[in-house]
Design a protein around this ligand. Sequence first.
Ligand SMILES: Cc1cc2nc3c(=O)[nH]c(=O)nc-3n(C[C@H](O)[C@H](O)[C@H](O)COP(=O)(O)OP(=O)(O)OC[C@H]3O[C@@H](n4cnc5c(N)ncnc54)[C@H](O)[C@@H]3O)c2cc1C
Ligand code: FES
Ligand code: FES
Length: 488
Amino acid sequence: MTAVSGAIRFILNGEAISLTDVPPDLTLLDWLRLERRLRGSKEGCAEGDCGACTVLVGRLMDDEIIYDSVTACIRFVGSLHGTHVVTIEHLRGENGNLHPVQQAMVDHHGSQCGFCTPGFVMSLYGLWMRNPDPSQAAIEKALQGNLCRCTGYAPIIRAAQAMSSYGLPQGDPLLAERIALKAQIKALNDGSRVEIGEGENRIIVPASLDDFAAVYESNPEATIVAGSTDVGLWVTKFMRRIGPVIFIGHLQELKRIAENASEIRFYAGVSYSEAMPTLTAAFPAMAELWDRIAGEQVRNMGTIGGNIANGSPIGDTPPPFIALGAKLHLRRGEHRREIKLEDYFLAYGKQDRQPGEFVESVTIPLLPAGERFAVYKLSKRREEDISALCGAFRVFINDAGVVGMARIAFGGMAATPKRAKAVEAALVGQPWTLESVEAAMSAFATDYQPISDMRASADYRLLSAQNLLKRFFLESTGQGQRLRREVA
Ligand SMILES: Cc1cc2nc3c(=O)[nH]c(=O)nc-3n(C[C@H](O)[C@H](O)[C@H](O)COP(=O)(O)OP(=O)(O)OC[C@H]3O[C@@H](n4cnc5c(N)ncnc54)[C@H](O)[C@@H]3O)c2cc1C
Ligand code: FES
Ligand code: FES
């Protein structure tokens, strides 16, 4: 019998919080600013794009508290059970001075109007904690999700490069507090389910994966919320009611990554940031794509399971995973089934998922020796932008130089992520030459009739898909270096 508790409990800065009456759609930013009067975190966009609302959320992981930068505007209070929330108001240096990160920003003129500054400082604080002396690339990556309209960024980057000369994490006044908080955080993660509210206001925070399966089976009308990087916008942009809600972002069993000699299995709650090292080691061709998904805060929150489950035609994980032949593991109560990932997407907004059923994991076969694989994302901005189209290509060329196997999948070209089966058929059995590739390019028009929207016109999408096949051919035959340098 699972123990049930009736309060969302977490630590805000140094204060223990216990909430028994929280609407499921209450965002952390609204709660901080409107109820707690902590107005350092700003609201710029309310959709996870600008980073002005960045705070750190510490969660227990293998007996340590790991701090992630997150966007408070799309994080729900109900998802915070058992965590430590750190806001800009809590930062301080020794003897009443500014924190080293803040002082570096002041001295290097990293702030002008100041609206974005708390968000930048919190992102940099998260970076400084794990890497006090970061490279420029690491700084840029940590700040992909923070926008500034005044400074031009160079002063902020200079401040980030200087952070370590102002102080190191070992001297952080908050370090002692965090060590002391560990026992408290552990006690909050005591293995009970949290349930508060009634009807549409009901929040359930399951105790375990099995508990989640049971709770969702008996409450199939509930909205599952993992990282809330999609659902958050339903609330802040579309004013949708989402209750009752089951929060699953805390479930350790959904954060597992299991590898063997032939495949990698990601459980649904693995965030982009958590998946990155394993995924890019197994598929180096995926590194550039991963770096271009959202910004750091959203990558810390958004999950692989959420990206697949939402069925979006422009999600970035389905095209490469389909090209690699991924299998999806679905679960309803104790019943599990496995389908090909490509079969999950039935039509726009319609997926092969029954009421009470959820995505438990996805298994991705490793590339057999000799196969070539690449994935390309086209979007208007390099960072923090959703794909206009995303194409993944995988071929096997036999010893005779003939295409023995081809799997190509695209997002942004149809109402669902979809394979280019006509193009694949046009390539298989042909020599892997520019002539064959150019001949196969016209088959994209059979596979896809893309739409025109704010991200790209139909003509642009079709032409780009064709040209990406040519690019894949050129790169896979060693002629791509020049292309890559021109693009970079
Ligand atoms: C600023 C910003 C930038 C973004 N950039 C990108 C980008 O570059 N590329 C991209 O692909 N996406 C992008 N996204 C979209 C989003 O980050 C992803 O789709 C993310 O993977 C969603 O995961 P989540 O855990 O946040 O899902 P949530 O928002 O928690 O849930 C999304 C949907 O999936 C359902 N769901 C979640 N987990 C499960 C599960 N285990 N089983 C069944 N249903 C489940 C929810 O009920 C909901 O319907 C961006 C979002 C933002 C806010
Ligand atoms: S207010 Fe812009 S990311 Fe939150
Ligand atoms: S200092 Fe004005 S927006 Fe960054």
